[in-house]
Every structure is written in C-alpha cells, then in structure tokens.
Design a protein around this ligand. Structure first.
Ligand code: KMH
Ligand code: ZN
Length: 277
C-alpha cells in the first residue's frame, strides 16, 4: 500500500454560515484554510464557492479568482466541484470547467439527496467527461451508490480513459438517498472497483456519523481519505467541528497509525496523473 492521499472538502454547498460559523465561505477564509490544511498533510482541495451573502454560487469570475488565489498561495491540487448545489443548472455546472482547474468532480448518476434530487443524466455525464478529456482536466468520479461504479465502467468503455490515463474515484457515503457510510458498503465498492482499469485508486468520505467507520475502512483496504466540513460538521457526539484543520489533523493521525502517511501534493500529482506545476 502507498501513502495516503488526503483531500480536504472545506465548504460544500449544503451548510450555511449561520448554522456552521466555522465554515470557510469567503475567499480569504478559503485560502487560509487551504494553506493550513496543506501544512498538516492535505494534498487536494475540493472546492465549492459562495457569493457575497455566503450562498452557493458557480459565478465564473469568482471561480477563476478562487483558482488563481489557491494556485498562488498553495501547492494543493485544485479540484473544483462540478456538482455545485442541487439547484444548479447543467450549463453552469459544465461552465465550471472554463475556470481551468487541475481537477474537477464528475458524479456518476442521479441520487436522492435528502429531500432533494442531485440530477446527473447520462448525456450530461458524457459531456463532463469528454470536455475534461479535451481540456486536460483530471476528473474525480464521485460515487454515491454501488451501481454508479458500473456506470463509470460503461463511461470508460464507450468514451475512453480520462486525461492522464489514471482513474480515481471518490466514494461519498451516507447521503440520505445513497449508500450507507459503513465498512460493509465500502468493501462492496472496493470489490467492484477491481473491475475498473488496473491501478484505479479510490478515496472515501463518510457523511456525519459515517465519518470514522468509513475512514478506518478506507485505510485498511488501501483507499485514500476525503475529510472536511462539506461532509462532517460534528467532531464527536455533542461537539461541533471547530475547523477543517481539526478534521485534517485527525485524518493524518489515523493515516500515520495505519503506517500510510500523507502523500505530498507532488506525490499526489504523480499518482493521479495531474501535471506538475
Ligand atoms: N453538493 C452536492 C449536490 C460534487 O461536489 O461534485 C454535490 C456535490 C458533489 O457536492
Ligand atoms: Zn462537493
């Protein structure tokens, strides 16, 4: 087993600053979070941005400014979310790629998302995948349910490998409507990932109470970790998360215990086929 790729997903689109005051929503808050998380051992940042009122946005100017600021201040691999919020239209989600991130997320199917629906039609998935191939953007395929791994297999079979040739998936576990955040579900995914191209890597994140079981299961099956306030706002029963750094530090501690210390951003780039800066 190699070292551990640690992705921080600091903001997401679901929590509000009013409910979660420690959530980074301004560009300054995002950049200082990114720098501190990199110093602790994160190598990728999965980015959702907010507008001046703290609401989720896919505003092109803000996306470009965010990519530029993170590139200037950190060595992290910059992964923009193409998932956005459940209310974002497909055209705005595709336009995220115009901000020229190094990586972008690409979700492998429609899923119930609490009371909402996170819509990802087949033709939209194909559009995202092929545009990323054309533009030299490395995808992270987001998997909310087991069958979405089969959709990924179909996508790669019909439309070819992603830019860089390496396949990396992220298991997002415990969304109400998707697969549960359990070790058993993670192992089922890990088995299915064996049917994907040789060398495929995966990271995993457990929403809410799935956070720790998923982290331990991922480490023990050779997987990588995604942590952050996009997915986890309670550190332990009755204890709100204080910062993204607290979650990254915990993940680094678990990775070290598993004798799989964090990969540097340069090592992560090599693993994922993301060009060196
Ligand atoms: N906010 C969710 C609706 C992604 O970033 O690609 C979608 C999401 C996945 O978070
Ligand atoms: Zn996201």
């Amino acid at each position: 087993m190699t070292g551990t790729l640690i992705t921080v997903a600091p903001t997401g689109a679901e929590s509000s600053k009013a409910d979660v005051p420690a959530l980074p929503v301004t560009l300054d808050e995002l950049v200082s979070t990114a720098k501190e998380c990199e110093a602790l051992g994160a190598s990728i940042i999965h980015v959702h941005i907010r507008d001046e009122d703290g609401r989720p946005t896919l505003d092109q100017g803000r996306l470009r400014a965010t990519v530029a600021a993170l590139r200037e201040s950190t060595g992290l691999i910059i992964q923009l979310s193409s998932g956005g919020a459940v209310t974002d239209p497909e055209a705005s989600r595709l336009a995220v790629l115009d901000a020229a991130p190094e990586m972008a997320s690409c979700t492998m199917g429609t899923v119930n998302f609490g009371d909402d629906v996170f819509m990802n039609r087949w033709d939209f998935i194909v559009d995202l995948h092929t545009r990323m191939q054309e533009r030299g953007i490395v995808p992270e395929y987001e998997i909310f349910d087991l069958g979405q791994l089969t959709t990924l297999q179909r996508l790669l079979g019909k439309h070819g490998l992603p830019f860089g040739g390496h396949v990396h998936v992220d298991l997002v576990m415990g969304v109400p409507g998707g697969m549960p955040g359990t070790a058993a579900a993670l192992v089922a995914c890990e088995q299915a990932i064996r049917d994907l191209p040789a060398g495929t890597t995966f990271s995993a994140t457990g929403i809410g109470r799935g956070t720790i079981p998923v982290m331990l299961a991922a480490l023990s099956t050779g997987g990588h970790l995604r942590v952050g306030m996009e997915d986890t706002v309670t550190y332990a029963k009755g204890r709100p998360v204080e910062s993204n750094m607290q979650l990254v530090a915990r993940a680094v501690g678990f990775a070290q215990l598993a004798q799989r210390p964090p990969l540097t951003p340069a090592q992560a780039r090599e693993l994922l086929g993301v060009p060196a800066r």
